[in-house]
Design a protein around this ligand. Structure first.
Ligand SMILES: C[S@@+](CC[C@H](N)C(=O)[O-])C[C@H]1O[C@@H](n2cnc3c(N)ncnc32)[C@H](O)[C@@H]1O
Length: 292
């Protein structure tokens, strides 16, 4: 499987020319900030073939024309394009070493401070939350860390994505065993109700900590409306962006974070040579970034 862009579409027989590829790439970039390298032609052909066939179009030029000039193309089709171009790969308890650092370092610090000062509030932003596995995992970790005391805390996890389809799945909170493949069994028993055929539903006490909503990280005005956070999780998202878009998004996180806020990115993502607005801190198995 192609790690970066996998899982959607099938191989079609309409080939995209270099000119069409560059035009479509610009449309995708302007829309989402997602940048496609030159070697991604096959990805486009693979993912868009069924769509071109549904629309009864014979070439990518016709599709680009539809996107630019047709009333439906400029609205509904751009939403459809977003669904085709995003990669939504995720799972519960993804990157456990990093989550341990979150629990034992960031969260511990916040809980100790909250108990000392009486200001018991934790606000987290999960940016690019896909179908909800990441924010639900964070909510479970909060339950595990605070136990009965969770009632004394004001907790809000804001979870956003650009894709409407994954947000619908997140709202439902129903998952297959595959999504839970790295989740400890006692956690599954405690926070999910098992339905038929290895289908699991997240329990309401976890769900109530999260507010899902659609946000495009490429739109400053939507980003500015996200409630300010103590911690931002944006894992396995900026890997799809070019340097300019990374800078823009990271600057949005910097503005969103409260003083001394923490940022978590994916283990293969780095802020090195992109921004100096955050101070890195090395832990066993992960780096955390701190608002300067
Ligand atoms: C690979 S998933 C990562 C999910 C989760 N954070 C994790 O690490 O498991 C990347 C997500 O980023 C979302 N995304 C991509 N571009 C975005 C944008 N401009 N604004 C908001 N979300 C975006 C995609 O729709 C996708 O669901």
């Amino acid at each position: 499987m192609d790690g970066l862009f996998s899982g959607k579409g099938f191989s079609g027989n309409i080939k995209i020319t270099q000119k069409e590829f560059l035009q479509l790439r610009d449309i995708i970039y302007e829309l989402s900030g997602i940048f496609l390298n030159d070697n991604r032609k096959f990805l486009i052909e693979n993912r868009f073939a069924p769509r071109l066939s549904e629309l009864k179009l014979n070439s990518y030029s016709e599709y680009i024309n539809y996107l630019k000039n047709h009333s439906k193309g400029k609205t509904e089709e751009l939403a459809m394009l977003t669904e085709l171009i995003t990669t939504n790969e995720t799972s519960f308890f993804r990157d456990n070493p990093q989550l341990k650092v979150f629990r034992n370092y960031t969260l511990k610090k916040m809980i100790d401070e909250g108990n000392k000062t009486g200001r018991r509030e934790i606000k987290i932003w999960s940016a690019g939350c896909s179908s909800g596995e990441e924010p639900y995992t964070l909510a479970i970790i909060l339950h595990e860390a605070l136990k009965e005391d969770i009632r004394k805390w004001r907790i809000r996890i804001t979870a956003n994505d650009i894709s409407t389809n994954v947000l619908k799945m997140a709202e439902k909170g129903i998952y297959t065993k595959y999504s839970l493949r790295t989740t400890p069994i006692p956690i599954i028993s405690k926070y999910f109700s098992e339905k038929d055929n290895n289908i699991y539903q997240i329990k309401p006490e976890v769900k109530r900590l999260i507010k899902f909503g659609k946000i495009n990280l490429n739109q400053d005005r939507s980003v500015k409306m996200v409630p300010r956070s103590h911690i931002v999780f944006c894992r396995n998202v900026i890997i799809y962006f070019d340097k300019d878009m990374k800078r823009k998004v990271l600057s949005g996180f910097h503005n969103n974070l409260l003083d001394n806020g923490h940022l978590y990115v994916g283990h293969s993502e780095s802020l090195h040579a992109v921004t100096d607005k955050f101070k890195p801190r090395q832990h066993a198995g992960t780096i955390t970034y701190h608002k300067i």
